[in-house]
Design a protein around this ligand. Structure first.
Ligand SMILES: [Zn+2]
Length: 212
């Protein structure tokens, strides 16, 4: 889930094959973000939106890993700050959608919801496998593993919610899972924002010391 995949400083060098793996993971995560946003809107599933939050956050992480290698700490922290704010706003939108759905929502279409949850699980597993297969010597594989495991738990929660919706024809399984995931996403966004603000301050202190 969203709290796992915070930005880690990019490694000093990246092999071409690890960069390819990062690109594959980026495209899979970005694709799933779009599928869950539009699919969730189409079938009325709020938990798909909450899951999309994590795919968005992870996409930004891969973008930082691919493009931020040559950037200064200040700019990396600025990108992370934008990510934290975007995720926070997105999580709030999901929570508002939960509130709205309590009064006006209908049970989502369970089959499609479960199928998209399964696609998300596959996308996360393939990302993890590709990153593992193309890993660099000094790449932080432990964080990739922890991150993928937590994301897979989130995808399975979506499938369980779909099963619950299917069994009860009620909106509640969708809303409960959406609330938990959006709350976790909000917490993650808060800590990413705090950390990146701190890093921006730190880098400015270093800058001004250099100027003296
Ligand atoms: Zn994640």
């Amino acid at each position: 889930m969203a709290h796992c995949c915070q930005h880690h400083p990019p490694e000093k060098h990246q092999s071409a094959k690890f960069k390819t793996a990062l690109w594959i993971a980026l495209l899979l995560n970005l694709g799933m973000f779009l599928i869950e946003v539009f699919g969730g809107a189409h079938i009325g599933s709020t938990s798909l939106w909450a899951d999309a939050l994590d795919f968005l956050g992870d996409s930004v992480n891969y973008i930082i890993s691919i493009f931020a290698l040559g950037m200064s700490l200040y700019w990396r922290a600025t990108v992370a700050l934008l990510k934290g704010l975007t995720m926070g706003i997105f999580a709030l939108i999901v929570l508002l959608k939960v509130l709205w759905s309590i009064f006006y929502g209908m049970a989502p279409e369970a089959m499609t919801m479960g199928a998209i949850g399964f696609m998300g699980l596959m996308a996360n597993l393939i990302s993890a496998l590709v990153l593992f297969a193309f890993r660099d010597g000094d790449a932080n594989m432990k964080s990739v593993w922890l991150c993928s495991r937590n994301d897979a738990i989130g995808n399975c929660a979506i499938m369980l919610a779909a099963l619950g919706v299917f069994g009860t024809q009620s909106i509640w399984p969708d809303l409960v899972v959406a609330s938990i995931m959006a709350f976790l996403g909000l917490t993650a966004a808060w800590s990413v924002t705090q950390q990146s603000l701190q890093e921006r301050r730190d880098s400015q202190v270093i800058q001004s010391r250099r100027a003296d």
